[in-house]
Design a protein around this ligand. Sequence first.
Ligand SMILES: [Zn+2]
Length: 458
Amino acid sequence: MKKNRNILKHKWSLLLALMVMVTMTAAGTLPAFGLETWGVTLDPTWQYAGNSKIHTGTAVVYYTDVTPKKGLTVCINAGHGTKGGAAVKTLCHPDGSPKVTGGSTAAGATTATAIAYGTTMLDGTPEATVTLKAAIATKNVLLARGYDVLMIRESSDVQLDNIARTVIANNIADCHISIHYDSTTSDNGAFYCSVPNVASYRAMEPVASHWKDHNYLGDCLIAGLQSSGVKIRSSSTVPTDLTQTSYSTIPSVDLEVGDRASDYSDASLNKIAQGIANGLDSFSKAFLDVPSGAYYYEPVQWAVQRKITGGFSAIRFGPDGACNRAQMVTFLWRAAGSPTATVSANPFTDVASNAYYYQAVLWAVQKGITTGTSDTTFSPDDIVDRGQVATFLWRAAGSEAVIGTPNPFTDVTPEDYFNQAVLWAVSKKITQGTSETTFSPADPCTRAQAVTFLYRSR
Ligand SMILES: [Zn+2]
């Protein structure tokens, strides 16, 4: 779940209070909730929210009640279904640059319909009716498999344009799948709109930082659909510059699950739902931000297997995020097997007995790994620097004196409190420094560095 959940949870509690009032006045007329849900509206402070023109609607998050949970919130966006959306124009790209491919709006345009009406199936049924059915079928399968689901639309009309839908997904979900039927009439099969291989487009943010993830998600979904028996188009990708793609900061795909001639019986929609779920199962197997060639690849696998740390979600480890003192001490404590401290006196006023790191801090004090930042403070939220982390590790290993190891670093001197710790880390090959001659003791220690140090000192 994303960082904004806590802020929004507050809004939800207000909404919940309102709903309780409604339920009380209309007792017996509202269906009981089977699952915990949470209504989400567009927060105008979110990145790109200002580019949306239609955003009074509410999307809904459903929390799975199945265990084990996948740790992933999937946005299911039933394509189209916004009354009046075709009469409003929004910027194709956040920076106002022109579209690089055609589509429902031609290449070169800088604005496009805020949200199109969509096509109609050959029997005259609006595409929006069928995408909604497919979305609901998909939601049910995903919840049953342990995913949380953000439903953009649950009726024939939600007042959220493509930008609002995308920005809500960016802030609430871990990945975004919009469901569509293409305007061809030959039952050509499913495909996804891949990111066009146009240098200027792939260089534009947020596309530049995310286009590989978009295409990877699309490839996984196509393989998943294939595995459940959905017909796949002869070419399963159509490079398209879409508003959704241009504003997405999470893995995001426009999935065309069929076309106007496709059968959309319950049986066919169930195949699509199972296929999307199969695709997500393979997509969420590994952290996207921990590539197999990274120096921290093995340390992260080790740390996750040992439950020393998890990721921010099933697909994000956050290797570049800074580690704070509470997290670092907790990592050390878990690596030591989460021992129960035999002291119970807590010297720190800023370490609450219900904090997740409470036992870890007591243990670290007892072991002499930390003395806090003062007699009465531990400063759990302070970012740890590399000098502090080396010192924690060295003390946890018994504060061994180091003799005869030459000091390769010009920024580590005998006067520094971390001098012995860094030399110990060099002698144990835990660190090679940030260059041949620098250790950068005052640099923040990233999550990737923290687990790597731990892994090498195990
Ligand atoms: Zn469509």
